[in-house]
Design a protein. Structure first.
Length: 166
């Protein structure tokens, strides 16, 4: 697993919602049996999950009960219905569609049905103090430089490729 943020010049290029008028897609190829795990996070140092500033929030692409979710801190979450924690490789992700004003969950190249969507048409800027990280534990407390995993646990399995276009 990659536990370190991208070099300083790269995270700004990965914009997970600051521009409502620009589509983006974030995907990853994963293999896991774990029901709960971080795929990609834009979290505060050490994987801390806390309320952002009025200028932005943290973002989290993760598994909850084996289903792909995308959370914008203290705003809402969108959650798919397809379980992907079956030990087989899956391409999972989130897509922002500016025309429809909605976040969509994707599984294996297809839009997933949603079991929950409290994000609606909300697109929120990334907090400037967040960094992009892959597979790390994300939580409400950090001890020894690592989050407690109370929001999302460290990935157990493989994250083979992460792609962003936006």
């Amino acid at each position: 697993l990659w536990r370190h943020p991208l070099p300083p010049h790269e995270p700004a290029a990965v914009d997970l919602g600051s521009h409502r008028d620009k589509d983006f897609q974030l995907t990853a190829h994963i293999v896991t049996l774990a029901p709960n795990a971080t795929i990609v996070a834009k979290a505060f140092p050490g994987g801390l999950w806390r309320r952002g500033t009025r200028n932005g929030q943290g973002k989290l692409l993760f598994l909850r009960d084996g289903r792909v979710c995308f959370d914008i801190g203290w705003v809402g979450v969108t959650e798919g219905t397809t379980r992907v924690n079956d030990g087989r490789e899956h391409e999972v992700g989130v897509r922002w569609e500016c025309r429809s004003g909605a976040f969509r969950i994707t599984v294996d190249g297809q839009l997933d049905l949603l079991s929950q969507d409290t994000l609606g048409g909300t697109s929120t800027a990334d907090d400037a103090d967040t960094s992009l990280a892959i597979g790390i534990a994300v939580g409400h407390q950090v001890h020894g430089g690592r989050a407690d995993g109370s929001m999302s646990q460290q990935m157990r399995g493989a994250i083979r490729r992460v792609s962003y276009n936006g």
